[in-house]
Write a protein that binds this ligand. Structure first.
Ligand code: GLP
Length: 247
């Protein structure tokens, strides 16, 4: 894993947006994997800025989002689709036909997961996968446990994860759906390049275990150690334990 520590969150967003711009210049029909959460908001803001300046053309990209809540209609303000439309797709001119989600309203979630996997394969796989990390080391909604599901699957969310997502549901964890659909860890690891963003002290312990700890389903992010092309972008607070462990 290549780890880069930035002074401020915005510096990491600018660096990753520049990398995306360079990748788009090489391959306008880039296939992107995208996360939600608080962390990527700064990145999306920067991409929207670049688009407004005429420096980023997303007209040929295809996107796959990592996860979605189960039982929420696409237009529910708490859905990840609504989040993506608000923060990136609408202001950056990315049309609905270019974007792919696990459908949280699918009547047959297992079939929906298989459909999503097939769509990724048909797109030729994911070129660049942007990731966040949960404070408990989850990636997407791959929660810590005794084992991991390789492919996209249905998940029961941990109480901690529901609390972390409460901001989208009137700050009430009880209103956060109890289940979700998530891209599987093996699917994520098949992306050609992974870039993980982690900001703030609250992520420090998970980041340290992800980089230095054993590969274990108890910390799903540790599986990223198995990938050959991973960039970890941190701010100083998220890197604090790492720096301490290394010195
Ligand atoms: C959420 C999402 C993840 C995200 C993570 C961190 O539950 N399912 O995809 O990376 O938790 O979120 P945040 O960036 O808000 O800390």
């Amino acid at each position: 894993m290549n780890v880069t520590v930035f002074r401020h969150e915005r510096d990491a967003a600018v660096a990753l947006a520049d990398e995306l711009l360079a990748a788009l210049a090489r391959r306008p029909a880039l296939v992107l994997g995208l996360p939600t959460g608080r962390t990527p908001v700064t990145l999306y803001r920067r991409l929207v800025e670049l688009h407004a300046q005429g420096r980023a053309d997303f007209s040929q990209v295809t996107t796959f989002n990592l996860d979605e809540f189960l039982g929420l209609p696409a237009d529910h303000p708490g859905s990840y689709r609504a989040y993506m439309t608000r923060h990136l797709f609408a202001p950056a001119g990315i049309a609905p036909a270019q974007v792919h989600f696990l459908d949280g309203m699918a009547s047959d979630p297992e079939a929906e997961c298989a459909r999503f996997e097939a769509t990724i394969a048909a797109a030729g796989g994911i070129d660049l996968m942007v990731l966040g990390i949960g404070a408990n080391g989850h990636i997407g909604f791959n929660e810590p446990g005794a084992g991991l599901s390789a492919r996209s699957h249905r998940v029961v969310l941990k109480a901690q994860t529901r609390r972390a997502n409460a901001a989208f549901f009137g700050n009430d964890p009880a209103r956060v759906p109890g289940e979700a659909l998530s891209m599987g860890m093996a699917t994520i690891l098949q992306a050609r390049r992974l870039v993980l963003l982690a900001m703030g002290r609250g992520k420090g312990r998970a980041v340290e275990r992800m980089v230095n700890g054993p590969v274990t389903p108890r910390l799903p992010a540790s599986f990223l150690q198995l990938h050959e092309d991973v960039e970890v972008m941190l701010d100083e607070a998220a890197a604090e334990r790492l720096t301490r462990a290394q010195s």
